[in-house]
Design a protein around this ligand. Structure first.
Ligand SMILES: NC(=O)c1ccc[n+]([C@@H]2O[C@H](COP(=O)([O-])OP(=O)(O)OC[C@H]3O[C@@H](n4cnc5c(N)ncnc54)[C@H](OP(=O)(O)O)[C@@H]3O)[C@@H](O)[C@H]2O)c1
Length: 384
């Protein structure tokens, strides 16, 4: 008789890994699947679905089951080989040549722990502590240092919130806090305002009493998008063309009561960024965190000399690696806002990843994520 069967049924149930039985062989091996790539390139050309098995947790190993993992622009850049943080190419998944698993963000459930694991038990939930772990897979072997445990009080929040908390909301949070002190009633301006980061900045701004000017690209349903962002707390929403209009600069003075924005958040580049910088007040700060238009940021000599504009870059991966404790506090604070209903998830389109989901369906979701005016964040949601 196994040791588990000698325990009272409730205790035995609590100790049992919650791994779905279909994935576990008679010898305790987990049948796992992962999207992998052996070489950098366009996701449609290089991604493959790979099947492998994971042996039972040993020593300090933690076997995790993914619950949800988003497809972010950085993930695509990483597969293309143009992102600074590179995933490890190894043969640990039994591939004939070294391969890496894409995906930087995700939420997992612990399904098995080795004897030396102190901080995790089966049933715990966690998000990834660092980028480049490889989250587009059903299961993986992790170590304590790879995971940030979700406190019990937030464990039951929906998996989409947890899967998308560590990159975009944290980026918005830091950029609003760390570059120039803003007081309630102060304005900031941002482009790409309907992105995951943009929506997070609008909401955090609203919660902290800041006012926001939000720039988006024009589209047939622009009025719906403007209303949607205002519903999150945006004060002003304009298209790139409206921002470039001379009349707008006059209107802006009226909106802001002559108090120009002192912080600009930029994820676009090119002309859209030049226009954003033009709106900043003397001594203002522009923080570049993305380059969606794949064009350089041009800062005019007059902006630097006469308006004393300060230019910065921000990368949440570097910040998180340097500030693990602050990252934990920030994530918990955002979980708290989500629980209170003050902070909403980005609109998502989910691709359910089951044991029999085909490679083409998974790759189609990745393709969709790169489409212009996509509107919704693509997320893999793993189901038994
Ligand atoms: N530095 C960091 O630490 C950090 C952290 C998180 C994210 N990021 C970066 O932030 C950016 C947004 O990420 P996300 O996950 O929030 O994005 P997302 O939710 O996938 O949204 C992408 C955004 O980019 C806009 N966009 C796409 N192509 C564009 C173009 N050519 N010109 C202007 N806008 C364009 C989209 O607008 P439409 O609706 O008009 O297509 C949408 O607003 C990305 O560049 C990402 O790499 C950086």
């Amino acid at each position: 008789m196994s040791a588990l069967r000698l325990l009272r049924p409730t205790v035995a149930a609590a100790l049992k890994p919650t791994i779905p039985r279909r994935y576990v062989s008679a010898f305790g091996y987990t049948q796992a699947k992962a999207l992998i790539f052996n070489d950098y390139g366009a996701p449609k050309d290089v991604l493959k679905l790979h099947r492998h098995s994971i042996s039972p947790a040993y020593g300090d190993e933690i076997i995790i089951r993914f619950l949800a993992a988003p497809i972010n622009p950085a993930d695509i850049n990483q597969i293309e080989g143009v992102y600074p943080s590179k995933p490890a190419f190894t043969i640990t998944l039994g591939t004939p040549s070294p391969a890496a698993v894409p995906g930087n963000e995700g939420v997992v459930e612990v399904v098995g722990v080795g004897a030396n694991v102190k901080n995790f038990k089966p049933g715990d939930r966690a998000i990834m502590k660092h980028t480049a772990f490889g989250t587009w897979r059903t299961h993986a072997v992790a170590k304590d240092e790879n995971l940030l445990k979700i406190p019990e009080e937030y464990k039951e929040l929906n998996v989409i919130s947890a899967a998308t908390i560590s990159v975009n909301p944290c980026t918005a949070y830091r950029m609003l806090k760390d570059f120039t002190p803003l007081q309630p009633g102060d304005w900031f301006i941002q482009n790409g305002a309907n992105s995951g980061v943009g929506r997070a900045a609008i909401q955090l701004g609203r919660i902290w009493g800041l006012k926001s000017i939000n720039v988006v690209r024009d589209r047939p349903e622009i009025e719906e998008l403007k209303e949607e962002l205002k519903g999150l707390g945006a004060d002003v929403v304009v298209t790139e063309e409206e921002l470039a209009d001379r009349q707008f600069r006059k209107d802006l003075k009226e909106f802001t009561g002559g108090k120009p924005p002192m912080l600009g958040l930029n994820c676009v580049g090119g002309k859209a960024t030049t226009e954003l910088i033009r709106q900043l007040g003397e001594g203002g700060h522009v923080v570049t965190y993305g380059a969606m238009a794949r064009q350089p940021v041009t800062l005019s000599a007059s902006s630097l000399i006469f308006r004393d504009v300060h230019a910065h870059g921000f990368w949440v991966s570097r910040w998180s690696d340097k500030n693990p404790e602050k990252k934990k506090e920030m994530v918990e604070e955002i979980f708290g806002l989500i629980k209170k209903g003050e902070f909403k998830d980005v609109p998502i389109e989910k691709t359910v990843w089951k044991n029999d989901t085909k490679e083409e369906e998974l790759k189609a979701a990745v393709e969709k994520s790169g489409q212009a005016f996509g509107g919704k964040k693509q997320v893999f949601v793993f189901e038994e």
